[in-house]
Write a protein that binds this ligand. Structure first.
Ligand SMILES: [Zn+2]
Length: 468
């Protein structure tokens, strides 16, 4: 091998080769290689892979010190020992510096520095742009995140409002902390009692589904605290007042009736007192005129409902936000004397509401009325439009219609017609008799001549009128 540097005659294959000359292969680092190539001062394109530079061109500083070798005075033959960035600087051709050359070098150096600066500048601008872009995207990202968060907050707010409309504070607490026993307010319990009364099974099912309602035992505890004493049931008003109703639903009817009681002494466990025996209880119910609800609001033992008691009840009801427009009762002796007190008769079927001076209309209990009509119809018959009508006509009708397989009078039977005792109290049987169906059946059979000899026409008209 021979030295690649121009003008160097180190060559281990020549005759005058001195053995202590070392040859170094070209390094790997690109910039160092370039420096080595320049040092060679070669004009031809030589392959650096099989080129060498001898040790004449390197200074002592270019070599790595190996203390072990130095101490042992040992130099291995192929010990390279050059530092990574060692560049040949000694015994180079054209080392004699002339000003032109120097100038040229200076120019080149200036150019190099200029280029380097340019490159640095470009690199700097590029990275700055990059950073700018990054911060821009960061800004955008942040804006988007904030926007998304704000939307989420708005959505949650809407959800919270919607939920608040349905659940009370205690219920919400129960939802958030299912294991903590919430403090139910009278509001919660009243609502729950109404819900429970609407359907105890459904209520228990809701509880099972972990819906936030007071336990049934809680309701019982509250209910047991409510004292039911004769008079106006004010605690019940506390509950029904909370029931959400519109004005229309609060228009109501008072109905009262006597409930027969067994004449015996009873023991009230909750109040620990003995109730004396009474023959009947007077119960006043409040019921919706337009919507279906009813609630007992007053009861008393062995007491006749007088005008003063009735007015007291009405005033209480009005104060609770309800509007009484009618009173319904049967025409028992006690109630007839009440009607006299109110100066209610066939010609004046109303009295003045003590609270708002509006008319309150008085009705006889309609189911009761129908029962009475039926009983009279069956027992004695009526004179209707000057003709005698009675159960014989209906019996004839059922006889006629039962001849065919499909009876058009399926609604009634002879047994129903001649019912006795307790069955006479069943309103359903009475309404079945005085129905549109039976009226039509009478007319049809009469037209077909099957009812000849009876006052079927009048009977059908009578039934129709009662039904309507
Ligand atoms: Zn050389």
């Amino acid at each position: 091998m021979r030295c690649a540097i121009f003008g160097c005659n180190s060559d281990n294959e020549s005759k005058n080769f001195q053995g202590d000359i070392k040859f170094h292969t070209f390094p790997r680092k690109a910039d160092i290689v370039t420096a080595w190539k320049i040092a060679c001062r070669r004009k031809d394109n030589f392959n650096i892979k099989n080129a060498y530079i001898c040790n004449k061109h390197f200074s002592e500083n270019d070599y790595v010190r190996n203390l072990k070798h130095e101490l042992l005075g040992y130099k291995p033959k192929n010990w390279r020992g050059l530092k990574e960035d060692a560049i040949p600087t000694l015994n180079l051709p054209g080392r004699v510096e002339n000003p032109d050359n120097n100038n040229d070098r200076k120019q080149r150096e200036e150019l190099r520095i200029k280029r380097k600066n340019q490159l640095e500048l470009i690199a700097h601008i590029l990275t700055e742009n990059d950073e700018q872009n990054r911060t821009n995207t960061e800004h955008d990202d942040r804006d988007n995140i904030i926007k998304a968060q704000q939307e989420k907050i708005a959505q949650l707010e809407r959800e919270r409002k919607a939920i608040e409309g349905i659940f009370t504070t205690a219920q919400l607490k129960k939802i958030i902390h299912p294991d903590v026993r919430p403090r139910w307010t009278i509001e919660d319990v009243s609502k729950a009692i109404i819900l429970h009364s609407a359907g105890p099974r459904a209520y228990r099912l809701l509880l099972k589904k972990n819906l936030p309602f007071p336990a049934v035992s809680t309701l019982r505890k509250w209910l047991s605290k409510i004292k039911i004493v004769p008079g106006i049931l004010s605690s019940i008003f506390d509950i029904i007042k909370r029931k959400e109703m519109n004005v229309r639903d609060k228009i109501c009817i008072l109905s009262f009736d006597e409930m027969k009681l067994r004449k015996e002494y009873t023991f009230d466990k909750a109040d620990d007192e003995i109730l004396s025996a009474f023959s009947y209880a007077q119960v006043v119910m409040l019921r919706g005129l337009h919507s279906k609800w009813k609630q007992p609001i007053f009861f008393g033992y062995d007491c006749k409902l007088t005008k003063s008691i009735l007015f007291e009840i009405i005033e209480y009801v009005q104060r609770s936000g309800f509007d009484v427009v009618g009173v319904v009762s049967d025409l028992g002796g006690g109630n007839r004397s009440l009607h006299n007190e109110l100066e209610v008769n066939e010609n004046k079927t109303w009295f003045i509401n003590p609270s708002n001076k509006e008319k309150i209309f008085v009705f006889a209990d309609v189911p009761h009325l129908i029962k009475l009509i039926r009983n009279n119809f069956v027992d004695h018959g009526f004179i209707f439009n000057g003709k005698q009508i009675g159960k014989k006509i209906v019996e004839r009708l059922t006889d006629e219609t039962n001849k065919s397989d499909v009876s058009i009078t399926y609604k009634i039977s002879k047994e129903d017609l001649n019912c006795k005792d307790a069955r006479r109290q069943k309103v359903k049987l009475a309404t079945k008799l005085f129905s549109h169906t039976i009226s039509c059946a009478l007319t049809r059979c009469g037209m077909n001549g099957k009812m000849d000899g009876t006052n079927w026409q009048e009977c059908a008209d009578f039934f129709k009128q009662v039904n309507d």
